[in-house]
Design a protein around this ligand. Sequence first.
Ligand SMILES: [Zn+2]
Length: 216
Amino acid sequence: MLRIASALFLALLVTACGGREGRDVVRQDNKAFQSQTARQCLTSLKSADVKYSPLPNIEYGGGCRTIDTIKLMQFATEATNLGAMTCPLAANFTAWAKHAVRPAAKEYLGSEVVRIETMGTYNCRNINGGRSGKLSQHAFGNAVDVSAFILKNGRRVSVLQGWNGKADERAFLRRLHESACKRFGTVLGPNYNSAHANHFHFDMAKSMKDGSAYCR
Ligand SMILES: [Zn+2]
């Protein structure tokens, strides 16, 4: 377990390169998941049968940091490129995979989704990758970009090709986008801007509770 944790930490350090200035300031502490809310989230993952590994809190510099994050190890569907994720993001992502992606694939495509392809979670960068401006939720491991779905029959449905593609793929992807808007605080897709033509961006910055949720 320790060995896995340190391997993960090294992997995180490597992926941290190439971000904003100050990225070389890496500070780690082991005080993750101290609050009751954070621990409750882990309990909810466990009861949803999700396997995960808690990660240490890390300050990367430049404001980028991963606090109370986990690495998803196993859940209803396999997913690629998942790094550090905040627990609420992981909880919503795994629930979306199970309760939205799987049934929608059966309904619209007559097959099962065996793998969800993502473009990653943690990334020390600004919104839209700009040189200045606000940090993206990716800089906190609080966002995930979903790009494609691999079906049991070998078919690959990507956001890029499918959003305006075949009728069944359009319907499938629109259903997924719609159901994501009920779970994640912010959902951005191809209709938002050209930077999102090839993926859905989900993050937990805004909230349904106070009416600030954003779905485009
Ligand atoms: Zn994103």
